[in-house]
Design a protein around this ligand. Structure first.
Ligand code: CAA
Length: 248
């Protein structure tokens, strides 16, 4: 690739805690950063905050749980910017509740936002990556997809499903210059984790050998590494980043 031509990275759910740190780190690494969002009000304020830090990102609307919405977002990106070289499937939600009380909507919302989204986004960029003989798919899963968590049957199922997807797609595109990997963060200091009741959260932190929540920038550095040329022989892998909470 021409050194002056920046690689294009699309981060889904960019305006959340992890997404923000990823956009910042990837921009500093020299990528052209495209930030997917679904709430315009939140995205506009977020963009101003990023501008104030001199982090240049372009916003693209797309409801990642909806195939047609993603299809038109990717079309718009290709027209305005060009093809996506690196896709970070980061968008995700929680609807925590004990399974015996879980509604069908709580199940569907989490499965469609956290797992259907991975199909929708990846399917719309993968053939371009194959044609250009370069691509990186980075799926942001969770320690709770690796080990389960009370109240998260929906979330754990979706997050475990992401890594099954990673393993198969990695095999299918391994000879095409495209790598596919999973990152499984533990409890990171994001709004999603801070929404867990303080008492429960404190109990969880006690189970983390490092005795603290992770930093969003710690996950972002791993994303940068997996996106880089140096990581070209890594595919189908699942990187734990959880302070020792789950070792196996
Ligand atoms: N283990 C065992 N039993 C538990 C339990 C636990 N962790 N938590 C609750 N229980 C018990 C309760 O004591 C109660 O028992 P009784 O029926 O005998 O009284 C029963 O289970 C049901 O409890 P609740 O009615 O309070 O259950 P609920 O449906 O309201 O759900 C919960 C509780 C909201 C899920 C709560 O347990 C919780 O917040 N858990 C933490 C979930 C969590 O870690 N989410 C992570 C969000 S961040 C994220 O997901 C990012 C990431 O990737 C890490």
């Amino acid at each position: 690739m021409d050194k002056n031509q920046k690689r294009v990275v699309l981060v889904t759910g960019a305006t959340g805690g992890l997404g923000t740190a990823m956009c910042e780190a990837l921009y500093k690494e020299g990528y052209r950063v495209l930030a997917n969002y679904r709430s315009k009000d939140k995205a506009d304020g977020w963009k101003m905050m990023m501008d104030s830090k001199n982090i240049k990102v372009d916003l693209f609307y797309g409801e990642v749980s909806d195939y047609a919405s993603v299809e038109s977002m990717v079309k718009e990106i290709e027209e305005k910017v060009g093809p996506v070289d690196v896709l970070v499937n980061n968008a995700g939600i929680t609807r925590d509740t004990a399974f015996r009380k879980m509604s069908y909507e709580q199940w569907r919302d989490v499965l469609s936002s956290n797992l259907d989204s991975v199909f929708n986004c990846t399917r719309n960029v993968i053939n371009g990556m194959i044609d250009r003989n370069f691509g990186r798919i980075i799926n942001i899963s969770s320690v709770n997809g690796q080990r389960g968590q009370f109240g998260q049957a929906n979330y754990s199922a979706a997050k475990a499903g992401m890594h099954g997807f990673t393993k198969t797609l990695a095999m299918e595109v391994a000879r095409k210059g495209v790598t596919v990997n999973t990152i499984s963060p533990g409890y990171i200091g994001t709004d999603m984790v801070m929404a867990v009741k303080e008492e429960i959260r404190n109990q969880i932190v006690e189970q983390i050998p490092m005795g603290r929540l992770g930093g969003t920038e710690e996950v972002a550095h791993l994303v940068c590494f997996l996106a880089s040329d140096q990581a070209s022989f890594i595919t189908g892998a699942n990187y734990s980043i959880n302070g020792g909470q789950h070792v196996y």
